[in-house]
Design a protein around this ligand. Structure first.
Ligand SMILES: CC(C)(COP(=O)(O)OP(=O)(O)OC[C@H]1O[C@@H](n2cnc3c(N)ncnc32)[C@H](O)[C@@H]1OP(=O)(O)O)[C@@H](O)C(=O)NCCC(=O)NCCS
Length: 183
């Protein structure tokens, strides 16, 4: 599939929100942009499966989720790196903005779901994704940007300028209750 320029895509948010300086540091065969409504076809879920179990909901349900993110204005920032010769996704990541009542109605940026294609790891794609998401978080006025990670990824995030702080707690819903909203 030939490379599809941003102007021909239906993007999650304006491409100008992504730092031009960070984009310029990528290899010319790579392109960093917001998630597009047609990215189901460019292997979005297969890159996420590098990170964890991914169940394919089908393209229509994927697009409904894309639209739900876009309807929550100035909240979800999912980005991708595209391999231009194949027009396939090779790296992904998301930031979402939490609006608080404390710290003078401050906001916090949460970074989630960072994954780089196994064949492209170690080439600074993860770093560029984190830099782009952190810049979006800070440009959104967030007073901090936070994320959870496994112990083995701590050195990666330290290289990205993050420091270890406090602990993560989690409680998983039982299988029969998960994915069934009642509110
Ligand atoms: C973790 C991950 C996102 C890193 O992306 P990447 O593109 O491979 O990493 P980068 O090339 O951008 O690495 C940036 C720096 O961090 C270092 N680094 C990356 N992973 C590291 C690790 N596990 N341990 C130590 N250093 C690491 C790199 O050596 C590089 O250092 P340098 O600047 O001195 O050369 C990627 O390997 C990945 O997708 N892993 C599987 C999914 C996953 O674990 N996601 C994170 C969820 S929290």
């Amino acid at each position: 599939m030939p490379f599809t320029p941003d102007s021909e895509l239906d993007l999650l948010f304006p491409a100008e929100y992504i730092s031009q300086e960070i984009r310029a540091q990528l290899h010319p065969d790579l392109h960093l942009r917001p998630l597009a409504s047609s990215d189901y076809k460019r292997g979005h879920l297969s890159i996420l499966s590098v990170l964890t179990v991914v169940t394919d909901p089908g393209e229509d349900a994927w697009i409904a989720q894309f639209n739900a993110q876009r309807e929550a204005v100035r909240t979800y920032y999912s980005i991708v790196i595209i391999d231009k010769p194949t027009d396939r996704i090779v790296a992904v990541g998301t930031a979402f903005i939490e609006r608080k009542f404390l710290r003078g109605l401050g906001s916090v940026g949460h970074i989630e779901d960072i994954a780089v294609d196994a064949k492209q790891q170690g080439k600074k794609l993860g770093l560029r994704i984190i830099q782009a998401l952190t810049a979006i978080s800070e440009n959104s006025g967030c007073y901090k940007t936070i994320l959870n990670c496994s112990d083995k990824n701590i050195p990666f995030y330290q290289k990205c300028g993050f420091e270890q702080k406090e602990n993560e707690m989690a409680r998983y819903a039982s299988q029969d209750r998960a994915h069934t909203p009642r509110l």
